[in-house]
Design a protein around this ligand. Structure first.
Ligand code: GP9
Ligand code: MN
Length: 643
C-alpha cells in the first residue's frame, strides 16, 4: 500500500484535458479532411486544442467543493464534446465548420431530417465514451485519483503556462499563415491553426463585431461603394432589351444541379434528356460557363443573388443574419411594373427564414408547404417530390393574375439523393460514394419534372406568353467525393477542377422568339438581376447598387468571382491559393493572378460593407443620391451627388 501511495495522484482536471485533447486530435484526422503540407502544420494541428482546454478546465481549480468541481469538469467535457460532434456532423454534410449564425438556425436543423441522420453513425457514440469514464471516476473515486488544493503560486504558474501555450500556438500559426485572423474566408485554415475551440471563440467575436458594424455605419460609406459600383456598370445589350416585355416570368431554381451532367452520360445512359434537348432548342439560350456564387446559405444564397445582384456573406446565411436590411430587389422592380410576384417551394415557410425575408424583398405571395397537397407516395427525401410540386405549381399559376413572376424551387435532387423505386429512370453509378452514385438518378428525376413543367405550361395556355429561366442553385457534390468524381470524370480533381465544377446550368427560354444558341460567356448568378431587368425592359438597373452585369452586354467583364475569393477569368483560374492556367489546367506563376485577386477582394469587401452596414438604407434608388437625412438627424453639409 505504501508503495502505491508514492505515485503522484492524477487529478480529474488533468484527465479531462487529456481525454478531450486526444479525442479532438483523432477527430481532426478521422472526421475532417484537413490538409497538412508539412511537419510544422502537423505539429500545430496537434497542439492547437490545448490552450483552450487548459483554460476552460483550469477554471475548476477555483471551485472549492469537490462535487461541484467534478460536475463542472463533466459539464465542460460534455459541452466541448458537443461542439466537436456538431462540427463533425455538419462537416460531413456541408464540408465546412459551423459558424454562430448557422447554429441559431434551429428551425433549419429541425428540418434536416434524413440528411442529418445520414451524417450520424452508430460508431459516433464512441465520441462520448470518455465522459462515461469521467463520470465513473467522479462517482467511485478510485485511489489513483486525487486532488490537493493548489497554492496561489501553482495556480498562477498554471495560467502562465496556458497563455504561453496559446501564444506559442499563435505565433507558430502566424509564421505558417501570416494575417491569419484578418482572412476570415477560410474556416479550415482557422481550425487547422488555432483549433476548433478557439475558432469558435473567434467566431463569437466576429459576430459581435457585425452587430456593432451596423450601428456604427454612416451614409458617407455609401459614396465609395457607389463609385466602385458605377465604375463597373456596362451598357446592357440593346438587342435583348425588352425582348420579353410584358411576359410572365417563370423562374426555376434547380436544386443542386451542376453543369457537368448536361449533355453528358453515365455508364452509357443520358442523365438529362429533356434539358439536353432544350440546350439545342431554337428558343433557348443556354449558358455553359455560368457559376454559382453561394456560400453557407446554399439555396437561400442563390435566391439572394438573384433578387439583389449582391453577393451573399462569407459566413452564415444572409437570409438569417441580415433579413431586416433595406434591399432593392428584382421582385420590387417587377412589382413596380405591375407584376404579381410569388415564390413557390413546398417546404415549411420558415426554412432559411424565407417567410420573413420574402416580405422584405417584396414578394406578394409565398406558396409554401400548406399550399400543396402531398398525396401518398408523393414525398421522398426532403419532402414533396418535384413532379407533383411542379404540377400543382402550374395550377397555382393558372389562378394568379397576369403578368406574374413565379419563382419555383425544386427539392428532390437534394443530398442525400434518395428516390422511390418507381422514380428511378436510370441505374446508380458505381463508385465509392453512394452520394454521387444516387445523384445521377435524382438529377434524372428533376429533368423529368422539368419536362412535365413544359408540358403543363403548354396545356394551361401559359407557355406562349411566358419566359422560362432555369438555373442550378449550387453544387450537389462536395469535395468530399473527389475520388468518386475523379472516377466519373476520368481526371484528377485538382483545386482548378473543383473551381470549374462550380458551374451550374443556365437556361433562358423565350417561347417562339427564335432567340437561341449556346453561349460560352463567363457569367454568374450575380448577373441574373440586371439581365432579367434588361430582357423585361425595366430600366431600374441604371441607379441600382449591384455588382452584376447584363449577361448579353458586349462589354461584359468575363470575370467571375466566387464567394470565397476564388475567381475565373478568360485565361486564369485562382483556386486553392494557386494560380492556374485555364488552357492547360496546370498551375502557373501567382504574379499573373495577383491583380485579379486584389480586384476580387475589393469587390467582395465593398459588397460586405453594404450588407454589414445596411448601407442601402441611406440610398435613394430613384435619384441615385443619398437620402435626405431625417429632420431629427444632423444634416450633412451638402447632399453628396453620387452620380
Ligand atoms: C430547403 C431547400 C434546400 O427549403 O431549399 O436548401 P439547401 O440545403 O439546398 O440550401
Ligand atoms: Mn439548394
Amino acid at each position: 500500500m505504501n508503495n502505491i501511495r508514492k505515485f503522484p495522484k492524477i487529478s480529474l482536471i488533468f484527465l479531462a484535458i487529456v481525454f478531450l485533447w486526444i479525442k479532438t486530435y483523432i477527430s481532426y484526422n478521422v472526421s475532417f479532411s484537413i490538409t497538412i503540407d508539412n511537419a510544422m502544420q502537423a505539429f500545430i494541428l496537434f497542439i492547437n486544442p490545448l490552450s483552450f482546454l487548459m483554460l476552460i478546465f483550469g477554471v475548476a481549480m477555483f471551485i472549492k467543493k469537490e462535487n461541484i468541481r467534478n460536475i463542472y469538469i463533466i459539464v465542460v467535457s460534455i459541452f466541448s464534446t458537443f461542439v466537436l460532434f456538431a462540427n463533425m456532423a455538419f462537416y460531413r454534410f456541408f464540408n465546412d465548420f459551423i459558424t454562430l449564425p448557422i447554429l441559431f438556425q434551429t428551425s433549419n436543423f429541425g428540418d434536416l431530417g434524413g440528411s442529418a441522420m445520414e451524417t450520424i453513425y452508430w460508431s459516433d457514440t464512441l465520441y462520448f465514451m470518455d465522459i462515461l469514464v469521467l463520470i465513473a471516476i467522479a462517482k467511485f473515486k478510485p485511489s489513483f485519483i486525487g486532488y490537493s488544493k493548489p497554492s496561489k503560486i501553482k495556480k498562477s504558474t498554471y495560467f502562465l503556462v496556458t497563455s504561453a501555450v496559446f501564444f506559442f500556438n499563435f505565433s507558430l500559426a502566424e509564421s505558417e499563415r501570416p494575417e491569419l485572423l484578418t482572412r476570415t474566408f477560410d474556416r479550415e485554415m482557422l481550425v487547422k491553426n488555432i483549433g476548433v475551440y478557439n475558432y469558435h471563440l473567434y467566431d463569437i467575436y466576429l459576430q459581435t463585431k457585425q452587430s456593432t458594424q451596423r450601428a456604427l455605419a454612416d451614409s458617407s460609406e455609401m459614396v465609395n461603394v457607389n463609385n466602385f459600383v458605377k465604375a463597373k456598370k456596362v451598357e446592357p445589350s440593346s438587342d435583348m432589351n425588352a425582348i420579353a416585355e410584358g411576359r410572365n416570368i417563370i423562374l426555376v431554381e434547380l436544386e443542386s444541379v451542376q453543369e457537368f451532367v448536361i449533355n453528358n452520360e453515365m455508364n452509357g445512359e443520358v442523365i438529362t434528356p429533356f434539358l439536353n434537348e432544350l440546350t439545342n432548342h431554337p428558343d433557348t439560350m443556354y449558358f455553359d460557363n455560368f457559376y454559382h456564387q453561394t456560400e453557407q446559405g446554399k439555396t437561400s444564397d442563390a435566391e439572394f443573388l438573384l433578387d439583389n445582384s449582391l453577393y451573399p456573406l462569407p459566413r452564415g446565411a444572409v437570409f438569417f443574419t441580415h433579413s431586416g436590411n433595406e434591399y432593392q430587389t428584382l421582385t420590387k422592380s417587377l412589382n413596380a411594373e405591375g407584376y404579381y410576384t410569388a415564390s413557390m417551394h413546398a417546404n415549411s415557410k420558415s426554412f432559411w427564414n424565407r417567410d420573413i425575408i420574402y416580405d422584405n424583398f417584396g414578394y406578394d405571395r409565398f406558396y409554401s408547404l400548406p399550399d400543396y397537397t402531398v398525396g401518398e407516395g408523393q414525398a421522398v427525401n426532403w419532402g414533396m417530390k418535384d413532379i407533383p410540386f411542379i404540377e400543382q405549381s402550374v395550377e397555382h399559376m393558372k389562378e394568379i393574375e397576369q403578368p406574374f413572376f413565379s419563382k419555383l424551387i425544386t427539392l428532390t435532387n437534394h443530398h442525400p439523393f434518395y428516390l422511390d423505386e418507381e422514380d428511378k429512370f436510370i441505374e446508380e453509378f458505381d463508385s465509392n460514394s453512394g452520394t454521387l452514385n444516387r445523384y445521377f438518378q435524382t438529377v434524372r428525376y428533376t429533368d423529368e419534372a422539368i419536362k412535365v413543367l413544359f408540358e403543363n405550361l403548354k396545356e394551361s395556355g401559359l407557355y406562349e406568353n411566358s419566359i422560362i429561366i432555369m438555373y442550378g442553385d449550387h453544387y450537389g457534390i462536395s469535395e468530399n467525393h473527389n475520388t468518386a468524381m475523379s472516377k466519373y470524370l476520368e481526371k484528377e480533381i485538382t483545386p482548378f477542377e473543383t473551381a470549374q465544377l462550380q458551374r451550374v446550368p443556365l437556361f433562358i427560354h423565350i417561347p417562339e422568339s427564335g432567340v437561341g444558341g449556346v453561349n460560352h460567356s463567363l457569367v454568374g448568378q450575380i448577373d441574373l438581376k440586371p439581365t432579367i431587368e434588361n430582357i423585361m425592359g425595366i430600366n431600374e438597373s441604371d441607379n441600382s447598387i449591384q455588382f452584376g452585369q447584363d449577361i448579353f452586354s458586349e462589354n461584359q467583364d468575363q470575370f467571375v468571382i466566387l464567394r470565397d475569393g476564388r475567381f475565373i477569368s478568360k485565361d486564369l483560374v485562382y483556386a486553392g491559393q494557386t494560380c492556374w492556367d485555364k488552357e492547360t489546367g496546370e498551375s502557373t506563376d501567382i504574379e499573373a493572378c495577383k491583380p485579379y485577386i486584389e480586384r476580387a477582394k475589393e469587390e467582395l469587401a465593398n459588397n460586405d460593407k453594404i450588407i454589414y452596414g445596411d448601407l442601402l438604407r441611406f440610398y435613394d434608388l430613384k435619384s441615385g443620391n443619398l437620402k435626405e437625412p431625417k429632420s431629427s438627424e444632423p444634416k450633412l453639409e451638402e447632399n453628396i451627388n453620387l452620380k
